[in-house]
Design a protein around this ligand. Sequence first.
Ligand code: 13P
Ligand code: SF4
Length: 311
Amino acid sequence: MTALEITTMQEEIRALAAERDAVILAHNYQVPEVQDVADFVGDSLGLSREAAATDADAIAFCGVHFMAETAAILSPQKTVLIPDLDAGCSLAASITADQLRVWKAENPGAVVVSYVNTTAEVKAESDYCCTSGNAKGVIDSIPEDTEILFLPDMFLGLWLEKVTGRKLRIWMGECHVHAGIRPRDIERMQAEAPDAEFLVHPECGCASQCMAFGNAKTHILSTEGMIRFAKQSPKERFLIATETGIIHRLQKEAPEKRFEAVSEKAICRYMKMITLEKLRDSLRDWKYVVTVPDDIADRARGAIDRMVAIS
Ligand code: 13P
Ligand code: SF4
């Protein structure tokens, strides 16, 4: 698309959103032109909070399916649209509700903490939900002597064990994008830019290892945590270990600073399924409406409400 075509399509989208009284929410991994047309861009926690707080009639969710489901659970009276129903998440697909029920039966009395990257059915089987932005706070809020089943991301779980000092039972799921960011990518970048600050998402396969380096320049952060950190830091150069879509947001929020992706291959094909055209069609043709059956939504809401409340 040319720059003019992008601007024209964005104007069409803004007009449709106003006509339909829809708020457009976009995750930090969305393509730049979708981020730029959104009312709010953020991480999973921020988007959940916006979805819960908005007084618009509808939410056009530019992210992946579990995020739209979470919005539908938090705002049951609103219409939640996702521009492409195939925008899934390999991490959310790594555990089913049936598998979780078996795991719970094997560990009676344990409390279940699910990362937000899970289906609504899995959340309905969970006691707490968390995002990378508040996972430590959620674990810290659970009494010390309580056994915790943490799912589905093993790297986030291992990192949580380190920062909370708690022993967790961890599901062995992973995000293919973050697991693919290898220690050798990091070593190469750090050798090239020894003075740069190093921002790492806790889903990365290298997160715990990076922490073990004990390097004061390494910071394990959610996507929005990276934005906040970069904005307030006096430093000028940052190496980023997460999905590359965030570079656009970082550059926009801190234009005078330099951001480099540790791995250019860290691209989430699900996040990239959302395009301006699909967003326009979604608002124009009122598709695809994301709904969660009442019985599942009612059981999942408690875990999600606890997530939204804890920072
Ligand atoms: P954040 O909550 O940090 O934005 O992460 C969401 C996600 O899907 C990471 O892969
Ligand atoms: Fe899921 Fe990984 Fe994509 Fe995040 S980056 S939405 S965890 S597949």
